[in-house]
Design a protein around this ligand. Structure first.
Ligand SMILES: Nc1ncnc2c1ncn2[C@@H]1O[C@H](COP(=O)(O)OP(=O)(O)O)[C@@H](O)[C@H]1O
Ligand SMILES: [Mg+2]
Length: 438
């Protein structure tokens, strides 16, 4: 109830009608960030269980009875690493495993390339169950299909950058000439050109992790497994590396599974994020889905401190642009539409829905008497944003403008409209809903 009072209070202060917030908000649309979730499944994780210890059966039967990880450890000394974990990773996706220390992220990541053998369940890579691979097939898959990048860099300190990057190719028995060529390509990709002959021990942390990344890229794997790859770096360097990974991924389009305990990092990098707790997955979703609809109290608490205005975009909070008026219409049509819908402004579009401008009711009423045309009174200097503009950047525009903000795509097409209420609504409603007070 407390939250509801809060919302009433906030809306009262802001001078906004609570009903309109609720309606606006229920119309907002959630999109993932450009990844086709109906695309090819690269990795399928099915009912994975990992119990550390010699008598997993004891732990399993307690798990089935609903015992917690802690209770099971106290009773059986078996450590539940993962329990009934399910998710898919799509080709080209950056999928983040996120959770507190000990929640099972590294265990799960290592199950993907069978550095750890799961106690139960299946993992399919390109449709093939890796549990049924022979040792030879597994080694082949590890070398060619996936590479791992570690937090600790795991470099050979006294060898050169070139030799470290070429190392994975060397153990594959590739000729010196070819491996140097491929290593050089990878070194260039991560921005280390010029450092080929430096010893890795002479490099800064950020540079060392670039070497780690280049080494992983050198074998040209489909899948990159990254375990807290940036966690050991200073904040500034870390943020820089995140940006570069995003830029690199834009070009390379690998499938990346990235482990992080840092929510900001997860939200920044992940097309989708799995939030883990005590070996379970609490929720899988896009940053927007997780922020707007946390699955349980654990996730809510996790995301409570996140600045939603940085994550949510215009697309998440916009309303359908209805009604609009055609540039070829007369002013009486515009006036009727505005009266019928009880609105004081209306966007004008061309036959292709491209934004032309906006009409204000006062101007329309005046002009109708003076027998003017729509084009005479249309305001063309309309503030616009693109669908992926963070709300943070839209807020000042809305504050300064007397009319709704138009959301247009790269072809100038009017995609949506943002009114003040829709932003405020999206920022406060979801927490409230989660507390059962809708
Ligand atoms: N080799 C191991 N033997 C016993 N328990 C382990 C082992 N590796 C991990 N665990 C336990 O599994 C759980 C998950 O660990 P981990 O996957 O390392 O978590 P995270 O990477 O999220 O910090 C923890 O309780 C940890 O103590
Ligand atoms: Mg870990």
């Amino acid at each position: 109830m407390r939250q509801y009072v809060n919302i009433q209070l906030i809306s009262k202060i802001a001078g906004i009608n609570i009903e309109s917030i609720i309606t606006n908000n229920s119309k907002s649309i959630i999109h993932s960030r450009g990844i086709n979730i109906s695309g090819n499944k690269k990795i399928e994780v099915r009912n994975i269980v990992k119990i550390f210890g010699r008598s997993p059966q004891k732990a399993l039967s307690l798990l089935e009875q609903g015992a917690s990880k802690q209770e099971i450890f106290e009773k059986t000394k078996q450590n539940v690493g993962l329990y009934d974990v399910n998710f898919d990773v799509y080709e080209g996706e950056t999928f983040v495993l996120m959770g507190l220390s000990g929640s099972g992220k590294s265990t799960l990541l290592r199950c993907l390339n069978r550095l750890i053998d799961p106690t139960d369940g299946h993992i399919l890579i390109d449709g093939d169950d890796i549990a049924s691979m022979t040792d030879k097939e597994l080694i082949e898959a590890r070398r060619k299909k996936m590479s791992m990048v570690f937090q600790s860099f795991a470099l050979l300190p006294h060898r050169s950058v070139m030799d470290n990057v070429a190392f994975g190719l060397e153990i594959q028995g590739i000729s010196k000439e070819e491996r140097y060529e491929k290593a050089q390509e990878a070194i260039t990709k991560v921005g280390l050109k010029g450092y080929e002959s430096s010893r890795t021990s002479e490099l800064s942390g950020g540079m060392q992790q670039r070497v780690g990344l280049a080494r992983a890229l050198a074998t040209d794997p489909d899948i990159l497994l990254m375990d807290e790859a940036f966690s050991a770096l200073d904040p500034l360097i870390r943020s820089e590396m995140q940006d570069e990974l995003i830029a690199l991924q834009h070009k390379l389009k690998k499938t990346i599974v990235f482990v992080s305990h840092d929510l900001d990092e997860a939200l920044k990098l992940g097309d989708r994020i799995a939030i883990m707790k005590d070996g379970f997955i609490s929720q899988v979703g896009t940053a927007e889905e997780i922020l707007m609809n946390p699955a349980d109290d654990y996730v809510s608490e996790f995301v409570a401190g996140v600045d939603r205005t940085k994550i949510l975009t215009a697309e998440n909070v916009m309303k359908r642009p209805e009604p609009v008026v055609s540039i070829n219409s007369g002013l009486t049509v515009a006036m009727q539409l505005m009266k019928k819908h009880g609105i004081s402004s209306i966007f004008v579009v061309d036959p292709e829905k491209k934004l032309q401008g906006i009409l204000l009711i006062d101007d329309v009423v005046k002009a109708a008497n003076e027998k003017k045309f729509l084009k005479d009174i249309m305001i063309t200097d309309v503030p616009t944003v693109s669908p992926d503009t963070p709300i943070r950047d839209s807020i000042p525009m809305i504050a300064e403008s007397n009319f709704p903000l138009a959301v247009i795509n790269e072809n100038q097409k009017l995609m949506g409209v943002i009114v003040r209420g829709s932003i405020l609504g999206s920022l406060i409603m979801k927490e409230d809903e989660h507390n059962g007070n809708t």
